[in-house]
Design a protein around this ligand. Sequence first.
Ligand code: KG4
Ligand code: ZN
Length: 336
Amino acid sequence: MIVLGIESSCDETGIAIYDTKSGQLLADQLYSQVSLHAEYGGVVPELASRDHIRRVVPLVRQSLSEANLSLQDLDGIAYTSGPGLIGALMVGASVGRSLAWGLGIPAVGVHHMEGHLLAPMLEDNPPEFPFVALLVSGGHTMLVEVESIGEYRILGESLDDAVGEAFDKTAKMLGLAYPGGPVLAALAEKGEPGVYEFPRPMVRQGGLDFSYSGLKTFALTTWNQSDKTEQDKANIAHAFQEAVVDTLFIKCRRALEAVEGKRLVIAGGVGANKRLREKLAELDAEVFFPQIQFCTDNGAMIAYAGAIRLEAGQTEEATIAPRPRWSLEQLSGLGA
Ligand code: KG4
Ligand code: ZN
């Protein structure tokens, strides 16, 4: 089955084509809106939606040409249906649905986080089930027990800021360029170890939840009390990153112990962090890191997650209904 995947939940338009028969990715195209949002220091939802509209069709064409295929060769379409920014989701969902309708092929809406946690399946050496997944992105920090596809148990999550968000906000406070995460990580490498010691939130009490908003405040206070030199900045970045990586390491070890897991999969944008990769490799487990391009948002993970579901016969009615948030209480009863 040849499946076109469309990712448009935030600030990246990702289009990819996955072939279930060969287990190969036939095309993988990405357009990042980073420069569009840079002057605002964060993603502007309306600008994001408009840019997805501009990019999505040309990227579909580019993907087809990369794969040497035509639209008629597609057997199914997968698009991110949530969670994410509503306007941005609408673009991928509308284009995906319309294409499927026009071509008379099935389509399925994919959960963005499922996409992330199945991304390592695209590697040459994919993990076997079951595994524990550490999902660390701009919007989520989660430890998930993955029994098999679709069988997920959340072991712990952030009670406030997501890790990526904490990186981005701390970077912004230190006056670093947007997007802050990778810039702060690069600066941390120039920091002198041991100058500052940041707390390790939520480590002493048991449990697998995280909290990162305090670290951001700690970074600000430390910065304000310093001489505000470039070296101070690097030292703070270093201490901040060490605290984040350490807490993630401790919680991953704890999660693996709790479920007697032997495999840990890292997913999401913060999975690109070099120090985190180094540290997690020390765990007494098989640790799987997707390539950097599959850690951050991409169409390949959506094509893959959708293809698995489509191949299992899962499709949805031809309605376009992205769900950025969806409470159980919004469901209606069966009454007259
Ligand atoms: O998964 P992703 O691309 O998008 C979301 O679904 O959120 O993750 C983006 C997040 C951003 O917060 C970004 O700053 C962070 O991942 N990030 C990093 C690094 N590369 C990306 N954080 C720390 N170190 C990095 N090297
Ligand atoms: Zn993501």
